[in-house]
Design a protein around this ligand. Structure first.
Ligand code: FE2
Length: 424
C-alpha cells in the first residue's frame, strides 16, 4: 500500500506525464502509469510537478520588521545598515521566533522548503542565534533551515566578532559567513577570508560569505575566496554571495577570475531583487544593473543559485518570498530570455540552490525524499511567466500547504469569459 500516488505529473524537461509513487516519505517509483493502492491519490492534471524551491540566501533575523521603528526612505544599503542597528536593541527572543515562524509559513505557502539564512552574530548576547537555532528544530518537519554565522559589522572591524562567531559555531550554527568588503582595508578583507576558510576547514563546515557586495570593480575578495578554497581542499563547499562587483570589473580580469572560481567549484549566489535595488546608487546615468554576471558564470560551468535576501526588512520593503519573482527578476536583469536560459533561471531557484546548500535526497528520482510542489503551470517557462498558484506542497509525502486553482471570470454584456492567461 502506497502512502501517496500522484497521477499525471508533468516533470521538468519531459513531454509525457508521469505518475509518482511515494512510500515512507520517499519516492519509490516514477513511471508513465503506476497502478496500486494508495492512502491518497492526487491528480496533478498535467501540471508541472517540481522539486521544492530553494532560497539560497536570506536574513531571517531581520525579516518582517518593516516599519520598526521607521522605514528606509532612501532605500540604500547604508540607511539599511543604520536602521538595522536601531532595530536590534528592540528585539527579544519571542519576537525573533514569532517573525521566523510567520515567515516560514509564507515560505511553505510558496513551496520554498529549503532556506539558507545568515544570522548576525555581532550582538554579544547571540539572541538571534539562539532563537533561530530553536526555530531550525521546530520547522524541521516542514522545511530545511540552514544558518550562516554572519559578522554583519565585520569579522575584524568589530573587535568582538571573531570570538562571537566561534561561539555561534559552537552552539551549532551550520555555515561560516563573512563580509570581507566591509573590513577596513582590502588587506583586512583578504585576511578575513583566509581566517574564516581555515576555521571552516578545521571544523569540516561549509562557507558562505557576503562577498564583494559593492560597485567597486577593485573589490576582488572572491579571488581570495577561490584561492583559499583550493588551498584548503574545500572545493564544492564554498559559496560567494552577491559578487556584485563582478558586474563592474574589467572583462579581461573576469576571464581569469572565472577560471579560478570554476577550479575551486565555488557556488555563486545572486540576489536579483536586492542587487537591482541596492547597487549602483551612486550612479547617475547610465546606471549599472548591479547583479553579478549570471549568464557568463553559468557558461563557465559555475553553479549559480538565487536568493531572496530580504523580505520587508530594513533593506527591502517588499516581497512575499516568491522565488519565482526572484527568478523572473534575474531573467530580466540578466537578459536571459532564451528558452534554455529561462530553464536555467528556474534551476537557479531549485536544483542549483540544493547543490549550493548540499541538500541530501533532493530530486524527483527514485530514492529521493517525497518533497515536491504542484504548480498551476505546465512547464518552467510558463511558471516564470505566471508565477502561479502552488496547488499542493508536499513534504516527505504529506501535504503541508494547498492553494486553490486561480481562475478569473470576465463579464462582457451577456457573456462570461474565463481568463487563464494561456494561449488559446
Ligand atoms: Fe545578504
Amino acid at each position: 500500500m502506497l502512502d501517496l500516488l500522484v497521477k499525471n505529473a508533468r516533470l521538468a524537461g519531459t513531454t509525457e506525464v508521469q505518475d509518482i509513487a511515494v512510500k515512507d516519505g520517499k519516492i519509490v517509483e516514477v513511471a508513465p502509469k503506476i497502478d496500486g493502492d494508495a492512502a491518497r491519490v492526487l491528480d496533478a492534471s498535467g501540471y508541472l510537478v517540481t522539486t521544492p524551491f530553494v532560497d539560497s540566501h536570506f536574513h531571517m533575523d531581520s525579516t518582517l520588521t518593516y516599519g520598526r521603528p521607521r522605514v528606509n526612505e532612501s532605500g540604500t544599503l547604508l540607511e539599511g545598515i543604520a536602521l538595522w542597528s536601531e532595530v536590534k536593541p528592540l528585539l527579544d527572543a519571542t519576537d525573533i521566533k514569532k517573525r521566523a515562524h510567520d515567515f516560514c509559513r509564507w515560505a511553505i505557502a510558496k513551496g520554498n522548503l529549503a532556506i539558507r539564512s545568515h544570522v548576525d552574530i555581532c550582538d554579544p548576547s547571540l539572541l538571534a542565534v539562539e532563537a533561530l537555532l530553536e526555530v531550525v528544530e521546530e520547522v524541521k518537519p516542514y522545511l530545511d533551515l540552514q544558518l550562516v554565522a554572519f559578522p554583519q559589522d565585520g569579522f575584524y572591524r568589530d573587535p568582538k566578532a571573531e570570538e562571537q562567531l566561534i561561539r555561534a559555531l559552537d552552539k551549532g550554527v551550520h555555515v561560516v559567513g563573512g563580509i570581507p568588503h566591509f573590513e577596513r582595508t582590502m588587506a583586512d578583507g583578504a585576511a578575513s577570508v583566509k581566517a574564516l576558510c581555515e576555521l571552516a576547514a578545521e571544523r569540516g563546515l561549509m562557507v558562505d560569505m557576503h562577498c564583494d557586495e559593492s560597485d567597486d570593480p577593485m573589490s576582488r575578495h572572491v579571488e581570495t575566496l577561490a584561492c583559499e578554497t583550493t588551498r584548503l581542499g574545500l572545493e564544492g563547499r564554498v559559496t560567494g554571495s552577491h559578487l556584485t562587483s563582478m558586474h563592474s570589473m574589467d572583462n579581461y580580469y573576469v576571464s581569469k577570475l572565472m577560471a579560478l572560481m570554476a577550479e575551486a567549484e565555488l557556488h555563486a549566489v545572486a540576489n536579483p531583487l536586492i542587487n537591482i535595488t541596492l547597487q549602483a546608487r551612486h550612479d547617475t546615468y547610465p546606471k549599472r544593473r548591479g547583479m553579478t554576471r549570471v549568464k557568463e558564470l553559468m557558461e563557465a560551468g559555475i553553479n549559480v543559485a538565487f536568493g531572496h535576501d530580504c523580505v520587508m526588512d530594513p533593506w527591502y520593503s517588499l516581497g512575499t518570498h516568491d522565488m519565482l519573482e526572484v527568478a523572473s527578476m534575474g531573467l530580466h536583469v540578466g537578459q536571459m530570455t532564451g528558452q534554455d536560459q529561462m530553464r536555467q533561471m528556474f534551476r537557479a531557484v531549485t536544483t542549483n540552490g540544493a547543490k549550493a546548500l548540499g541538500l541530501e535526497g533532493y530530486g524527483l528520482d527514485v530514492g529521493c525524499y517525497a518533497d515536491f510542489v504542484v504548480l498551476q503551470a505546465r512547464d518552467e517557462i510558463e511558471a516564470l511567466r505566471l508565477r502561479p498558484a502552488r496547488l499542493h506542497v508536499i513534504r516527505r509525502g504529506k501535504e503541508i500547504a494547498t492553494t486553490p486553482k486561480q481562475e478569473t471570470m470576465v463579464f462582457q454584456g451577456e457573456e462570461a469569459h474565463k481568463v487563464d492567461f494561456l494561449l488559446s
